[in-house]
Design a protein around this ligand. Sequence first.
Ligand code: HEM
Length: 277
Amino acid sequence: MLDALAALVKALLYAGLLSCAGAVFAEWTLRPSIDCARAAMQLLRRGALLTVVASCASALILMIRLGGELDEATLSAVFISSSGAATFMQLAGAALLLASANDPTAREIRLSNAALMTLSFAFNGHAFAVGLTDGLIAFVHASAAAWWIGSLWLLRVACIEQPLSNAAQVLSRFSLMATRFIGVLVFAGLVLIQALVKFDELPYLTAYEQLLAVKLGIVVLVLSVATYNRLRLTPQVAAGDARAAKSLRATINLELVLIGAIIAVTAILTTYTSPHE
Ligand code: HEM
């Protein structure tokens, strides 16, 4: 029961953190219109609030899992540890982002605070248990995933609320960068697999590897939808086809749902199983 709650809270933490940081990364790279930038700040605020609640709940659950005592050993394990450092980065980053969300001149500050939030992945989790370098790969991996989520959200808003020409502009910038960011996401993911999975025991799959395979299955699905958008719908929207913009909205929703499923599987993977078993 406590494990299920821990996995649920972790999924909410991933969703809040990645969408909050992603809103900042997307605002930086896609240079959206004023209306879209406003939508990015709304996503930032919601994501930051979810991060604060989920990060505190996560620390509380860890304390209960360690016996629930408020003694020195438990408090040190929760707060004066790598996991405590990650919690501090999440809370500080989210609070600073909330404080700077209304300031149009604070873009650089927002970028560093968003990076502080995703940097928390370098100090927590299975990759960090292997070494700091692998922890930093997890940071790069999570940052690229955050960019994808934030950018899809802005693109969705542009397709719903903006004239077709504005949506086409955001879409063209997104298309230019998506190959690089999603390439980095997949490459960093492969490096993590190489660091965490023991290939000499294949084809026998541990519980960890089975869940990882489920994650990769959903990744293939979302990449297929993204490729369809890129090759089929993007040129049609660029040519001014309003029906294609409507279809793009639907496929972006599908991508976001699939990414939500990836987040849920990653939370279950990192809560219930370990590559080090
Ligand atoms: C939208 C796509 C993706 C999202 C949102 C996502 C999200 C995440 C997050 C948040 C983590 C950090 C878990 C933690 O340390 O607490 C993670 C770890 C990981 N991801 Fe991804 N990921 C995505 C795609 C991929 C891809 C394409 C691969 C492989 C090619 C991959 C492989 C991994 C591996 C191996 C880990 C380490 C898991 C562990 O700590 O045991 N991910 N992912």
